[in-house]
Design a protein around this ligand. Structure first.
Ligand code: SAM
Length: 286
C-alpha cells in the first residue's frame, strides 16, 4: 500500500500574510494536522478556512502521538506538522518523528516559510556567508557564560533565540565574555507591529535595552558578530608598535625574537608578520 507523506509546514512568525498559499493548501489537503499548541494555532487556521482536524503534538506527548501519526502515514494518509510559529523542528518539536519517517521509508516533504533565525539574519547587517545557529542559550548565567566562552573564537556570525525574561541577563553575559566592542544585533518582534532591529557594540546595546523597558518585551533573535580572524600579518597594535621599532634597530629575525619576548607572542608568527610588511612595503616602493 502506498504510504502517505509527512509535510513539515512553516507558519508565520507574526504577520499572518506571510502564510504561503502552498502551506494553506497543504494544510487543507492532509487528513490531520499535528500542532504544537492547538489553541494557539486554531485562530490562524480558522482565518484561512482550514478545517482539518488538529492533534496536539508537543515535547511532552511527542512519543505517544508519533505512533498515531506513523500509523496514519502507513495507511496512506498524509499528515502535516506545524509549530506555534515559524518552521517546525527549528527549536521546536518534531525531530524524532522526521527521523523515524526516514528510517521507515516514509516521504517527508517541507513546505518552507518564515523562520525567525533566517529572517533576523537577512536584515541584521552582519556577515551571512557563514553563520551558526545556537538556539536558546542556557538558562542560568553560569552555564550561559560557559557556552559563550566556548564560542569566543568562533569567526562565523552567531545566532541565538532568547525570551523576554532573559534578554537583559543574556546580553550582560555576552558583554562579559565577548567584550563591549563586539558588534551585536537584537531583532525583536519580527514582522509584527513593534518590530525593531538594533545594531550596536554589545556595551551600547545593553545600555539601550536597560534604558528602554519596551526593548525587553516580546520575542528576540540575538546575533553576535563572529570573532575577527587574525591573518598572518595582523598583530595587536602594541606588539606591532614594538616590533616596528625593533626592526629599525636590528635584523628582522632578532627583532622578532626580542618582540616575542616582550609581548609573549610566538617568534615565528612575529617574524612572518615582519617579513610580510617588508615585502609589502618594498613592493609599494618598487
Ligand atoms: N520554529 C521557530 C522558527 O522557525 O523561528 C522558532 C521557535 S522558538 C520555540 C521561539 C523563539 O523564536 C522565540 O523565543 C524567539 O527567540 C524566536 N522568534 C520567534 N518569532 C519571532 C519574532 N517574530 N521575532 C523575533 N524572534 C522570534
Amino acid at each position: 500500500m502506498k504510504k502517505g507523506i509527512l509535510y513539515i509546514v512553516a507558519t508565520p512568525i507574526g504577520n499572518r500574510d506571510d502564510f504561503s498559499p502552498r502551506a494553506v493548501e497543504t494544510l487543507r489537503q492532509v487528513t490531520m494536522i499535528a500542532a504544537e499548541d492547538t489553541r494557539h494555532s486554531r485562530p490562524l487556521l480558522q482565518h484561512y478556512g482550514i478545517s482539518t482536524p488538529l492533534t496536539a503534538f508537543h515535547e511532552h506527548n511527542e512519543r505517544q502521538v508519533m505512533s498515531r501519526i506513523l500509523g496514519r502515514l502507513d495507511e496512506g494518509e498524509s499528515v502535516a506538522v506545524i509549530s506555534d510559529a515559524g518552521t517546525p523542528l527549528i527549536s521546536d518539536p518534531g525531530f524524532p518523528l522526521v527521523r523515524e519517517c526516514h528510517m521507515k521509508g516514509i516521504r517527508v516533504s517541507p513546505v518552507p516559510g518564515p523562520s525567525a533565525a533566517v529572517c533576523a539574519l537577512s536584515a541584521a547587517g552582519l556577515p551571512t556567508d557563514r553563520f551558526i545557529f545556537e538556539g536558546f542559550p542556557a538558562r542560568t548565567s553560569q552555564a550561559r557564560q560557559k557556552q559563550f566562552q566556548a564560542l569566543l573564537k568562533e569567526s562565523r556570525t552567531l545566532v541565538f533565540y532568547e525570551s523576554s525574561h532573559r534578554i537583559r541577563h543574556c546580553l550582560e553575559d555576552m558583554l562579559l565574555v565577548f567584550g563591549g566592542d563586539r558588534q551585536a544585533v537584537i531583532a525583536r518582534e519580527l514582522t509584527k507591529l513593534h518590530e525593531t532591529i538594533i545594531s550596536a557594540p554589545l556595551d551600547d546595546l545593553l545600555e539601550k535595552v536597560k534604558q528602554d523597558a519596551n526593548q525587553q518585551k516580546g520575542e528576540f533573535v540575538v546575533l553576535v558578530s563572529g570573532a575577527e580572524k587574525r591573518s598572518g600579518d595582523t598583530l595587536d597594535s602594541e606588539t606591532e608598535r614594538v616590533l616596528r621599532i625593533l626592526m629599525e634597530e636590528m635584523p628582522l629575525k632578532q627583532a622578532a625574537a626580542v618582540a616575542a619576548k616582550i609581548s609573549g607572542g610566538k617568534k615565528n608568527r612575529l617574524y612572518k608578520a615582519a617579513l610580510s610588511w617588508v615585502e609589502k612595503e618594498s613592493g609599494q616602493s618598487g
